[in-house]
Write a protein that binds this ligand. Structure first.
Ligand code: DP6
Length: 417
């Protein structure tokens, strides 16, 4: 145990967000500046979250990072950008106004330990929650307050939107230094209490083409992406904000589906093309359109990021019926694992008319499970010290110490994003 009275430990959590107007394409790779603005809904942390503990201590020799129980290479460029920015803001704060502020920790190294409560890289925006949590927790540890989305953005673009709860826009900005490329809350998580979100997990496999390299190729080769960023997204942002503010579900749903479809069209327009959707994804799209057509109104919407998992938006009253329709087309595996995780879903009977209207070939086990959730708050501080992921020795609790000995043998892991 480091005998250092200046040792400090902070633990925080941060949410996943799902874009309804997608970010795809950068105008500056280093600062992570996008070619268009985007808008997302923050998902509730009761179902999906990252937890991060940061300990700073005089006795630490170097900054170190553990992700989901495995030590990672801290020299990763984007991690370094976040660490550097937080330390710069901490120094600035000390110099500017807060002379009384405890400044000793500024020179201290940090140990960082982070875990997700959902599968990493399954198209569930784990890097967004991960970098948002990293930046938020580092800010606590180094006494930095105020606007932090510009720092989170430098970890992963979509992470800037996870710095707020509810409905969040990321304004692309126009300055070359990125100072105006920030996230802003449009409405808080309490704004639309009936809104529900279902994550249909089609596959927990790692995605094939990562977003960072995928969008680079799209920027280089897709005219459709250029058209989308310049001529489609600006108008859509305005319409989407109006739909959210008015709680106009049909307008929100239609814009969400059209934007997801256009994003995946730009992936197909990329050369060589990128395919994120699979047969299950296509079947879910068909199911949603047939379901809405049957009822003569838009009750359900889908959106897909860089992976095959559908994220469904609907209103609370439609959840039981829609879930029955999903289970009818994707009969679950009956191995005792619960098919619906998260917010409880009341039972409903599926009508024969709806079955006939859907008329799709069932795909048994096409969906492995569903996470039922709703909009939720931004990052939170965890005040209970028993929840810290790092022990008093500054090393991860509950993991085999193998990682530190591997590291001592010179073995370092490099897979961060
Ligand atoms: C399809 O934020 O993962 O999820 O900035 O390179 O880290 P980097 O990319 P990332 O891209 C997310 C793309 C998306 C759409 C979105 O979340 O807006």
């Amino acid at each position: 145990m480091p005998e250092d009275s200046m040792e400090k430990t902070y633990t925080c959590t941060a949410p996943v967000n799902i874009a309804v107007i997608k970010y795809w394409g950068k105008r500056d790779e280093d600062l992570i500046l996008p070619i268009n603005s985007s808008l997302s809904v923050t998902l509730h942390q009761d179902q999906l979250k990252t937890t991060t503990t940061v300990t700073t201590s005089k006795s630490f020799q170097e900054d170190r990072l553990w992700l989901n129980g495995k030590e990672e290479d801290i020299s990763h460029r984007r991690l370094q950008s976040c660490l550097r920015e937080i330390r710069r803001l901490a120094r600035k704060r000390r110099n500017d106004d807060d002379l009384g502020l405890d400044s000793t920790c500024l020179t201290h190294k940090a140990h960082i330990c982070s875990i997700n409560n959902f599968p990493t890289a399954a198209g569930l925006a784990s890097s967004a929650a991960g970098f948002a949590c990293l930046v938020f927790t580092l800010a606590q540890a180094f006494g930095v307050e105020g606007e932090l989305s510009g720092v989170a953005r430098q970890g992963s673009g979509s992470a800037c939107r996870s710095m707020y709860g509810g409905f969040v826009q990321w304004l692309m900005g126009h300055q070359s230094d990125g100072k105006d490329s920030l996230a802003q809350q449009v409405e808080p998580e309490t704004h639309w209490p009936e809104l529900r979100i279902l994550v249909l997990v089609a596959s927990a496999e790692r995605k094939h083409v990562g977003s960072t390299s995928g969008m680079q190729t799209s920027v280089q080769t897709s005219y459709l992406l250029k058209h989308r960023a310049e001529s489609v997204v600006p108008g859509r942002m305005v319409e989407m904000i109006k739909a959210v503010r008015r709680k106009d579900f049909p307008a929100f749903a239609e814009l969400t589906m059209k934007d997801s479809n256009q994003f995946h069209a730009t992936c197909l327009d990329t050369y060589p093309p990128i395919f994120y959707l699979n047969n299950v994804s296509h079947q879910v799209i068909n199911l949603v359109h047939r379901y809405n057509r049957h009822y003569g109104e838009t009750r359900v919407a889908y959106t897909y990021d860089a992976g095959p998992n559908a994220v469904i938006f609907t209103l609370e009253q439609h959840i039981p019926d829609f879930i029955q329709a999903v289970q009818h087309i994707f009969p679950p595996e009956t191995n005792g694992e619960e098919f619906i995780k998260g917010l409880p879903v009341p039972h409903a009977d599926l009508s024969e008319e709806l079955k006939r209207a859907i008329a799709l070939e069932p795909m048994p086990k096409g969906i492995s499970y569903i996470i039922s959730t709703k909009p939720g708050p931004g990052p939170c501080v965890v005040n209970d010290p028993t929840q810290h992921l790092l022990g008093p020795d500054g090393l991860p609790k509950n993991i085999v110490r193998r990682h530190s000995s591997e590291r001592d043998n010179g073995v370092k892991h490099t897979n961060v994003s």
